[in-house]
Design a protein. Structure first.
Length: 349
């Protein structure tokens, strides 16, 4: 099977040598002469492998690798760095995101072997990710079926249900729905991690979305005797973004605020500062320790509190904000509540 390989070098003669060596192996090779051209080409079509020269004017190979590895929307692409200088740092290259190094002048058979090795690595990772995707989908089906069946049983469809049975079925339904919610979040995280998330950026009314989510979650706050307050500056209305994904962020942050607050209030504030909208979600809850704050947006983080979850929710929120060219910050102190701040760039007309 032919693989698409991107070769990046500021010397055309070097590119020609790489092209001849790899086309012998049946690969499709695209040649570019700068880091900026490489980044632009990768945005158009994701290669299966990148051959990246270290020393280039303007943007060197280290910087190209760092930018690629910091882009959450890209799938895993192996990077083979090529250098003619003994002083080029393997440590710097590996830390920047390279997977392998080869020095010039290289032997054609060595280059071909290293490329084959990295393509096997990519194939292995792609297969693993496909397994996760299939497994997640397959697990959702019986969980959805169980949820419907338990609901019918609690309604008395199959016979009389005693109060004790109704309570037990309620607990089973709640546990099943929590598991289904975690599975859905895992599937979303997978889509972000492998660059397969499809966005629908539209103009929509952000204050209306905030009010909508607040109304939906207000019964949870009322059950705990909490005030859920919304404050929105005037003249803020239309923004551009993926409404469903930003709704996911709001639901997660407000839901967490209610979950970790036993008394007091949750305040939602929307304001404008320069070219950014700032949405704050502040609670009077248990707070977050300095140690936990440092790991708050890591994938599969497990908090120390009994009510802590898998960590996937906040990791996903951070991915969504990055995809909107925004960011999320947190300030907190144990026993004194938590403030999450979302910064979203304003669409330029």
């Amino acid at each position: 099977m032919s693989n698409y390989i991107l070769a990046v070098d500021d010397y055309p003669d070097n590119l020609l040598l790489v092209q001849l060596a790899l086309e012998q192996e049946g690969h499709e090779v695209k040649l570019v002469e700068s880091g900026a051209q490489a980044l632009a080409q990768i945005e158009k079509a994701h290669p299966d492998l990148i051959l990246l020269d270290v020393m280039m004017p303007g943007m060197d190979g280290y910087e190209v690798a760092r930018r690629l590895r910091s882009n959450p929307r890209l799938p895993f692409i192996p990077i083979l760095m090529i250098t003619a200088h003994d002083q080029s740092s393997v440590v710097t290259g590996l830390d920047a995101g390279a997977d392998e190094f080869i020095r010039k002048p290289f032997k054609v058979d060595e280059l071909q072997a290293r490329v084959r090795s990295l393509l096997r690595l990519k194939q292995s990772i792609d297969q693993r990710e496909n397994f996760v995707h299939c497994l997640t989908h397959d697990l959702r089906t019986p969980l959805i079926a169980a949820d419907r069946m338990l609901g019918l049983m609690r309604q008395g469809t199959f016979g009389e249900v005693s109060p004790e049975m109704r309570q037990a079925l309620g607990s089973a339904i709640s546990s099943n729905q929590n598991l289904l919610s975690m599975l859905n979040t895992l599937l979303e995280v997978y889509c972000y991690d492998v660059g397969k998330k499809v966005f629908s950026f539209i103009d929509f009314n952000l204050p209306e979305l905030i009010e909508e989510v607040a109304r939906e979650l207000s019964p949870l706050a009322m059950e705990k005797g909490l005030d859920l307050r919304v404050e929105i500056e005037e003249e803020i209305d239309t923004v551009r973004g993926d409404r469903m994904e930003l709704r996911r962020v709001l639901t997660n942050l407000i839901g967490n605020a209610i979950k970790f607050t036993d008394e007091g209030a949750i305040d939602l504030r929307l304001s404008r500062r320069g070219e950014e909208l700032i949405l704050e979600v502040e609670d009077t809850g248990i707070g977050i320790s300095e140690n936990e704050k440092a790991k708050l947006f890591e994938r599969f983080r497990q908090g120390n509190h009994l009510r802590s979850g898998s960590g996937l929710g906040l990791y996903l929120c951070n991915q969504i904000m990055q995809s909107h060219h925004g960011r999320i910050d947190v300030k907190s102190e144990l026993g004194k509540g938590t403030l999450f701040s979302l910064y979203l760039p304003i669409k330029k007309s």
